[in-house]
Design a protein around this ligand. Structure first.
Ligand SMILES: O=C(O)CCC(=O)C(=O)O
Length: 379
């Protein structure tokens, strides 16, 4: 064989080897670097205009400015000042699409145990973690890397474990059996976040003027029943230290598909949200949840509440763990603007959608920003 061809063959094999290494995730790269990885591999280097500090036409301030999100106090929401808190909730969902939830009633122990169990899962050997790798979007458990590793040309610096919770009784046996307490801790956390979500959804319906009677009397209302039977997905994210954090992202700009996401982040900063053309870094608040409006709530509220782009920065010194709990209607339900929020002055702004359409959308292309929601817009 001519030397040139042989060389081409070698290069091709090298590429394949590298590609299969990247498919194993960034925690694998980090663990196998013996502490001497001082360059980020080309696979993770974003084009200049998509890097965290680039200044673009859309974003005047790409340098990270810190943001204290509006705070919603759950204890006050249950008390005599409920109507004022409901107004603040509406304002936060309209102006930021995000808020910080405090005094939510989930104990520090449950929160700490969940973060700790996630951390210990990502510290397991690669062979143990790899048992949960799957490209099936419907798998009850899925370990993977990047955003959509089957489609992304440039990878992002994140590994994840997705746990389907719908229904938990069918999925639990597939969740990781190691670390030994993982299932117990994650199950407890999933149940607690589901209850918190239902309480918040009641407040959101009230803020949209969709509950005729106060929450206590509305139990048994069919609209609330649909939310109770809704879907829940937990995403445990791990962002290892990255040698050149300015060249890549932990997660690219995206919006979430569901109604509400309850995000728990450890003490390491990284989450940024888009606000008035700027990327702002959300200051972690211990024992709180960052809650955001998802695409389904923007659609359901006929555009009143905003599903806002967010992304994740990485850093060179600390591991970061976050746990997102995404909630929506049952998977087979159609999501559409509430008829009560449509009239002559505020016409219907979105097409009907469902979960299958969303999955088809993300599995068929490289996911870029919030095109899915854009594809649902009527005007
Ligand atoms: O890690 C974070 O702070 C955000 C995670 C996120 O956006 C997601 O899981 O969709």
């Amino acid at each position: 064989m001519a030397p040139g061809l042989s060389l081409a063959g070698e290069l091709h094999r090298d590429d394949e080897q590298l590609e299969s290494r990247y498919q194993k995730g960034v925690q694998y790269l980090y663990e196998n670097s013996n502490g001497i990885m001082n360059r980020v591999p080309t696979k993770y280097i974003l084009p200049i205009s998509e890097r965290p500090n680039s200044r673009t036409e859309d974003h005047c301030n790409a340098r990270s400015t810190n943001l204290n999100l509006p705070v919603i106090d759950c204890a006050e929401l249950q008390g005599p000042d409920r109507s004022q808190v409901i107004q603040s909730l509406a304002k936060a969902c309209e102006e930021y699409g995000f808020f910080q939830l405090v005094n939510h009633g989930i104990s520090r122990e449950i929160i700490q145990n969940m973060i700790d169990a996630a951390r210990r899962f990502f510290e397991l050997s690669f062979d143990e973690r790899a048992k949960y790798m799957s490209s099936d979007m419907f798998a009850p458990v899925r370990y993977g890397t990047s955003f959509n590793q089957n489609k992304d040309k440039v990878f992002c610096w994140r590994d994840f474990l997705k746990l389907s919770c719908t229904p938990i009784s069918n999925s639990l046996e597939y969740w990781p059996s190691s670390p030994i307490d993982f299932r117990k801790v994650a199950l407890n956390y999933a149940n607690q976040t589901k209850s918190l979500y239902l309480m918040l959804m009641g407040a959101i319906l009230e803020s949209l003027g969709l509950l005729e009677e106060p929450m206590e009397e509305a139990n048994g209302n069919p609209i609330l029943k649909e939310f109770e039977d809704g879907s829940q997905l937990m995403v445990l994210n791990c962002y290892p230290p990255c040698p050149e954090p300015d060249l890549t992202l932990g997660m690219p700009a995206h919006s979430d598909y569901g109604l509400l996401t309850l995000l728990l982040q450890d003490e390491v900063k990284g989450l940024q949200i888009e606000h008035q053309g700027n990327w702002l870094t959300v200051e972690p608040v211990p024992n709180s949840f960052v809650v955001n409006v998802g695409d389904h709530l923007e659609i359901f509220s006929n555009g009143k509440y905003k599903s806002v782009l967010h992304r994740v920065l990485v850093n060179s010194s600390n591991h970061r763990i976050s746990i997102a709990s995404l909630h929506s209607l049952p998977f087979d339900c159609v999501v559409r603007p509430s008829p009560k929020l449509i009239d002559e002055t505020n016409p219907r702004r979105y097409k009907d959608t469902d979960f299958a359409t969303f999955l088809e959308y993300i599995s068929s292309r490289e996911p870029k920003t919030k095109n899915f929601l854009e594809s649902r817009k009527l005007m």
